[in-house]
Design a protein around this ligand. Structure first.
Ligand SMILES: NC(=O)c1ccc[n+]([C@@H]2O[C@H](COP(=O)([O-])OP(=O)(O)OC[C@H]3O[C@@H](n4cnc5c(N)ncnc54)[C@H](OP(=O)(O)O)[C@@H]3O)[C@@H](O)[C@H]2O)c1
Length: 237
């Protein structure tokens, strides 16, 4: 797809209140796309065409948000499932998040937001994606969803498991939606200086978001089922 073709898309991005979701929404809106975003709280004034309130931990909230979105647009060309959490969001300590450290409620809460939530949302906005042009779903995953990487790295086990689960959600979605011409791609954004990534991360938000936008602009249905990095290169499984 050419850059020109990418400037008039209808895009929905989750988690536009801060971090990568905010940076991606700003960039896509700045070049003439019609951008809708979701947040749990207040959305900064970043030129969005529309916004909805949505908590990914709550199925009814997701359904209600999808219905609200459908009042604002009849189609979507791109869904970016960007919002995500690690176990710290549910009270786990900074350093004690190993595979046997977390209770079931915390473990399940992370899976709910990072894997179940994007699955429910994608399902809920499918009617819009079906009416989209060259529709694509980008699920923001993590290197810690990679079996190869998480065997060595990643101190938050619930987060690693949730992103591996999101990858499987994505693989199954890609297979299910390919016959309809809708692509699904997993994307590791890099280790980035957001609230989640922390100040020691090697990539700034600007570096990651600029690269992600360029990579997404180059995606087509031929890429469905791929697990890519921020810069468009394949990520190991
Ligand atoms: N930063 C990294 O190094 C890194 C590395 C690999 C992957 N990722 C992934 O990149 C994505 C963006 O992360 P980030 O670095 O931008 O993190 P961030 O700055 O911590 O932002 C997290 C975003 O997720 C939203 N969110 C959290 N819980 C939610 C819920 N229950 N329902 C709806 N939205 C919720 C937050 O909204 P509120 O403002 O309402 O809390 C916020 O917009 C995530 O999927 C993350 O796993 C990040």
């Amino acid at each position: 797809m050419t850059t020109e073709q990418n400037h008039g898309r209808r895009i929905f991005i989750t988690g536009v209140g801060r971090g990568l979701g905010l940076a991606l929404a700003q960039r896509f809106a700045a070049v003439g796309n019609t951008v809708f975003g979701s947040a749990r709280g207040v959305t900064p004034d970043i030129g969005l065409t529309g916004r909805v309130t949505m908590d990914l931990a709550d199925e009814q909230s997701i359904i209600a948000a999808a219905n609200k979105l459908a009042e604002q647009t009849d189609s979507l060309d791109l869904l970016i499932n960007c919002a995500g959490v690690d176990a710290r969001a549910f009270g786990a300590s900074e350093h004690v998040r190993g595979i046997f450290d977390l209770d079931a409620a915390t473990f399940n809460a992370v899976l709910n937001v990072n894997a179940t939530g994007p699955m429910v949302l994608t399902s809920a906005v499918l009617p819009l994606l079906r009416r989209g042009s060259d529709a694509m779903v980008v699920n923001v995953s993590s290197q810690l969803g990679s079996m190869q990487v998480a065997a060595r790295n990643g101190r938050d086990a619930a987060y690693c498991v949730s992103k591996a689960a999101l990858n499987m959600v994505s693989v199954k979605s890609a297979a299910a939606l390919a016959p309809e011409g809708i692509g699904v791609v997993m994307l590791h954004p890099g280790w980035v200086q957001t609230d989640m990534g922390g100040e020691n991360a090697p990539l700034t938000v600007d570096q990651s978001a600029d690269a992600i936008v360029a990579s997404i602009d180059n995606l087509s249905l031929a890429d469905t089922g791929r697990f890519i990095r921020w810069d468009g290169y394949d990520h190991p499984w």
